[in-house]
Design a protein around this ligand. Structure first.
Ligand code: GLN
Length: 182
């Protein structure tokens, strides 16, 4: 609906997946997984409700990878906000959490479950996870803040792997979360 949709499509296609755009509820049919891109989480959240997509995703059957605003929408709790959300993960997030000095930055992230070599991550007005439930697997941190985590079929990242040449988080989603291999 918003955000770097084409870039996600490019990475997924390069990894051998068949990617299609989801704009309405019927587009969800036949999918093995869904990527929720960044953008403005309040807007995306409202559109997901309006199109009846939230209702289906809340059933929890479809693997979802949320990046940035997408991560915010995955959270049960959004600090200081009652904006619409999917609430698919036992996490509490803080929006625009790195503050003005770090509005946008790049960082290497150590995430051994994803790859033995650090990931290269681009953050843009990024959130981070302030607390996570016991079922949540923390995959990566920056300055001690959780920026990549997983709960079963759900994966959330505070950064934008689609804006780099680093395809390892998408590969992890396809191979380990969706389980279809790339
Ligand atoms: N700051 C945005 C929000 O809170 C997220 C930014 C992004 O997706 N790059 O919705």
């Amino acid at each position: 609906m918003q955000g770097a949709v084409r870039e996600h499509e490019r990475v997924l296609t390069a990894l051998g997946a068949k990617a299609s755009l989801v704009r309405r509820r019927a587009d969800l049919e036949g999918l093995d997984g869904l990527v929720l891109p960044g953008g403005e989480s309040t807007t995306i959240g409202m559109l997901l409700e309006e199109y009846g997509i939230s209702e289906i995703l809340r059933q929890g059957d479809l693997p979802v990878f949320g990046t940035c605003a997408g991560m915010i929408l995955m959270a049960k709790e959004i600090e200081g906000s009652d904006q619409p959300r999917l609430g698919l993960m036992e996490i509490a997030v803080r929006r625009n959490a790195f503050g003005r000095q770090r509005e946008s930055f790049e960082e290497e992230i150590v995430a051994p479950a994803v790859s033995p070599r650090p990931l290269h991550a681009v953050f843009i007005r990024a959130p981070y996870v302030v607390s996570a439930g016991r079922e949540v697997e923390v995959l990566g941190k920056v300055d001690d803040k959780i920026v990549l985590c997983r709960q079963g079929r759900m994966l959330a990242g505070a950064f934008h792997p689609e804006l780099t040449d680093d395809d390892r988080v998408h590969r992890y989603f396809l191979e380990q979360v969706v389980g279809k291999g790339a």
